[in-house]
Design a protein around this ligand. Structure first.
Ligand SMILES: [Cu+2]
Length: 262
């Protein structure tokens, strides 16, 4: 009996926790409402399954406890099996479909997106913007020095006007952003919770993630992959501002030609 009541208490506690909202999502500040929708549908499906299964189990424990006689053994029941298979299949479809819609959008970024390079290293995030030519210059890990932390190929004409930010990520409001991620040492994961953006930065390869910031303000990027003793301080401010303010900030930042070149 105690087990049955414990199951009921778990169900009530779980519902109260969700209803209280203390661990609810941060308010969305990007275009990725599909991701929130997929999460909510997942929560609803597993929530219904969780509550139903726990309550059924509690009921069965009480109904067939020893003083009430033994439960009856039924070798098989095709009708119940058909219902269970049908409900389970439906549940899996409802769980998977919204994620596929979100994923199809995720893998088809807008063509006019602004490319920003994010470089992870133990333990900070560095950013590089294309200059007026709209193109990021070539990089080569062999060219990395304390001065040229990005490993930029200084002979590449496209690299000269690249703009570097060693501390903050500034983004223009309502403009599609394509992040291009690299790592210099171990696997990091670039995560901006308010934007629902999270992508691994892996040594030896370039990864991508895109989004549209839809709210002005200050946000935070963190590392979501345990990457060493300084992992907890691998974070940086993310500032979303109007196109004009963004442009003003960008022109004040050091370019490759002005700072990295000897
Ligand atoms: Cu990290």
């Amino acid at each position: 009996m105690a087990i049955a009541w414990a199951l009921v208490a778990i169900v009530i506690g779980a519902i109260a926790l969700v209803a209280s909202g203390i661990w609810w999502f941060t308010p969305l500040a990007s275009n990725w409402y599909e991701i929130d929708r997929a999460l909510l549908i997942t929560l609803a499906v597993i929530g219904i399954a969780f509550v139903t299964l726990h309550l059924v189990l509690a009921y069965l424990i009480i109904r067939y406890r020893r003083s009430e006689g033994r439960a009856q053994f039924i070798p098989d029941n095709p009708k119940i099996e058909k219902i269970l298979i049908g409900v389970t299949a439906l549940g899996i479809i409802v769980l998977l479909a919204p994620g596929l819609f979100a994923y199809s959008r995720f893998i088809s970024p807008p063509r006019d997106a602004l490319t920003v390079e994010v470089l992870g290293e133990q333990w900070r995030w560095l950013y590089r913007y294309p200059g007026a030519d709209g193109k990021l210059g070539r990089v080569n890990p062999k060219l990395i020095t304390p001065r040229n932390v990005f490993g930029i190929d200084l002979t590449d004409p496209a690299a000269q006007d690249d703009v570097l930010s060693y501390t903050e990520l500034h983004l223009p409001l309502n403009r599609a952003i394509m992040l291009q991620l690299r790592s210099k040492d171990v696997i990091h994961s670039f995560f901006i919770p308010y934007f629902r953006v999270k992508m691994d930065a892996v040594p030896g390869m370039i990864t991508h993630a895109w989004f549209i910031p839809t709210r002005e303000g200050r946000f935070q990027a963190v590392c979501a992959e345990l990457c060493g003793i300084g992992h907890h301080r691998m974070q940086s401010p993310v500032i979303v501002e109007s196109q004009e303010k963004f442009q003003e900030w960008l022109t004040k930042q050091p370019t490759v030609a002005a700072t990295v070149k000897p």
